[in-house]
Design a protein around this ligand. Sequence first.
Ligand code: SF4
Length: 400
Amino acid sequence: MPEAPRHDGPGLYLHVPFCSAICPYCDFSVLTGGETAHRRFVDTLLAEAELWREDAHRLAPGRFDTLYLGGGTPSALAPAELARLLDGVAARLPLRSDVWIFLEANPEDVDRRSLDAWRDLGVRTLSLGVQSFDPASLAFLGRRHDPATARRSVGEALATGFHTVSVDLIFGLPRQGSASWGRDLDTLVELSPQHLSCYQLTIHEGTPFGFRARRGELAELAEDAQGELYAQAHEVLAAAGWSAYEVSSFARSPEHHSRHNRKYWRHVPYLGLGPSAHSFELGAPGRARRWWNERKLGAWTRRVEARDKPLAGEEGLAAEQLALEAVFLGLRTAAGLDLEAVRRRWGVDLAALNRERFAAWVEAGFVDRAGGVLRPTPRGLAVADGLAASVELGGSDVSR
Ligand code: SF4
């Protein structure tokens, strides 16, 4: 079997597709729904877990060590439904007794009772979809909370005693300048959660923002302006003692790095349940497989209720494709691209194929090289995908 990082067991992802309203930029598989829809969804997710009962032991011989509740907005489920979901999953799938539970929540769902309930359910990382502390930005993004609610949710979450409180922020809104982004960053530093996920606004086809863009009413911020806002985030956060450990992820210390997301970055197996969820498993040496579920709630529900695993597609991944992914993923993380690990795991000798290219990156200040590892600098992180796309893989015919 290919070697996986020893300290990471497989991860489990549960996709909860409900939101109280749909944001105009959202490209996820989401919908609104009341209590009855929530109850049926939990029943169906547990039925899907049952379909994986046997195979999960093959996927996770050492048991799942992270469980990520994402969406959508899992906090839209009442704590009693979340408890039923977690208990039911634990009864069907092999979870470690100290499984690390992540929960995504929106600020408007946060109050003392919900926070206490989530903590008592074993949630250790609470991720808050704040997006901005600025009233005009929140209104533009179609969010349901105001800045006061955003601040209060972070403060109360910190007081509840989760191991990690993470805040999501979005930058690069049309016409956003450094002053408004700077105020968001300053507020974050002042509130002092332990983790930040910071995303650039992308306008997707088929969303309300996508339609407005087609009509010429909206445009993404120019790339160089985006780059300046990204650099500003690094500067402000570094001055406050934070560091980026991935293109979009900052933390105040390594103990708050996401144990779940790093599985995606390191080709550690994971099982995803729920509509649109993706899964990954290692197979024969140099090969792996990825599959994904039906995206629509209705199709996913019908398949599961017919006792059919609700897969919508799958792909086998050969060594060259896995090496290419390792390049893209490695250059997006501060841990960097481990050339020797890629040679060992996927049989591609990147160092020999890219000797001059990598030396030029070091010279230009995009990466630091320590032994066989290329670690992107903040400058390199900003252009990580462009660097990765230029890497020579030895004539392999893989799609980029
Ligand atoms: S809250 Fe998040 S998942 Fe829900 S609609 Fe908005 S962006 Fe999409």
